[in-house]
Design a protein around this ligand. Structure first.
Ligand code: GFB
Length: 309
């Protein structure tokens, strides 16, 4: 990518898309195009084609997706599979038709089998059954990853894919019904502290183990891959470190300085027991994460409490 290359960031207002725009601007890229959902509905094939025909982007970061945490995925699987298939089919096909130089497709670590050998290598894809709570989203993301591979094989399009672990950071969703665990617990512990509540409810048993990557690191890895990787296989993006939900809750509790109790609501699903990514492929390419979990949570809470004091 040149500094004046025409770069389209699909999903620029979201957690990852906004971080990619911040990273591109910080690195001197001047010709970044974006469209809000109201300006361009990515599930509308004709609207997407008209946009690509008139704008002719050279590089595309496909960070737009219909996303949510375990509860939303579990409740609305039809929405997660349909909307994500629509978005990615339209953007990938238009990128092919209008000769985009390179496209980066963003997936998710939920594409891997529920009881996968850990840490999870890229080649473990499709080696077992998926986690039921997010099967709709996972199938859509697997289809997107495969579509990029097949367009590269059949038409030599330079379409690559990356599979990030659980992400957190600025511009996240804090709705307690649809969010991921990190923003949900920051909101719950902050609210319990401010309102002197006796306990904070954490979903599930607290036993599941997760890996968390700050979205600024994710954005940096995306720009790194766009500049340095042209391979057929997808690339895992993560820290290679993991923490149980119980330990995460205790870490957030300590950082926020809440001194009440933690209660586990076992009526809520745990989801995948563990999903630690093997990030050795990305490290061999020359990229490694920077933001440690404690620092990332502290910074995020500082931003959150200013907006919600
Ligand atoms: O982040 P999360 O919603 O999604 O949940 P997944 C992670 C773990 O945190 C689960 C527990 O075991 C939850 O039960 N948890 C505890 C909570 N308290 C809460 C809470 O208040 N809110 C939430 N949301 N979780 C997602 C997939 O799976 O991973 C997405 O559903 C995506 O599609 C994402 O792939 C990366 O990590 O289980």
């Amino acid at each position: 990518m040149e500094k004046d290359s025409k770069i389209y960031v699909a999903g620029h207002r979201g957690l990852v898309g906004s971080a990619i725009v911040r990273n591109l601007k910080k690195n001197g890229y001047k010709n970044i195009i974006t469209r809000t959902h109201r300006e361009l509905d990515l599930t509308d094939q004709l609207a997407v084609r008209n946009f690509f025909e008139s704008e002719r982007p050279e590089y595309v970061f496909l960070a737009a997706a219909y996303v949510g945490g375990i509860n939303a995925n579990n409740k609305y699987p039809a929405d997660f599979i349909y909307k994500n298939l629509q978005i990615q089919n339209n953007v990938i096909k238009a990128s092919h038709d209008f000769k985009v130089k390179k496209l980066l497709f963003l997936g998710s670590s939920c594409i891997y089998p529920k009881n996968c050998h850990q840490p999870i290598k890229e080649e473990y894809l499709l080696s077992g059954c998926l986690e039921p709570t997010n099967e709709g989203y996972a199938l859509a993301k697997i289809a997107g990853l495969k579509m990029c591979q097949f367009f590269k094989k059949q038409y030599e399009d330079n379409f690559i894919s990356c599979m990030p672990t659980n992400l957190y950071g600025p511009n996240d969703n804090y709705d307690l019904e649809t969010s991921h665990v990190m923003p949900a617990l920051i909101r719950k512990f902050h609210d319990a502290k401010v309102n002197n509540k006796p306990y904070v409810e954490v979903w599930g048993t607290g036993k599941p183990i997760r890996e968390f990557l700050h979205v600024d690191d994710m954005a940096d890895a995306c720009v790194f891959l766009m500049e340095n990787y042209d391979g057929l296989e997808h690339v895992n993006i993560g820290t290679g470190k993991e923490i149980s939900i119980k330990e995460l809750a205790e870490m957030i509790k300590d950082i926020i300085g809440y001194d009440g109790e933690i209660k586990f609501d076992k009526t809520k699903p745990d989801g995948t027991p563990r999903k630690l990514l093997d990030v050795s492929k990305l490290e061999k390419l020359g990229w490694k994460y920077k933001v440690e979990l404690g620092d990332g949570i502290r910074n995020l809470w500082n931003v959150y409490k200013i907006k919600n004091c």
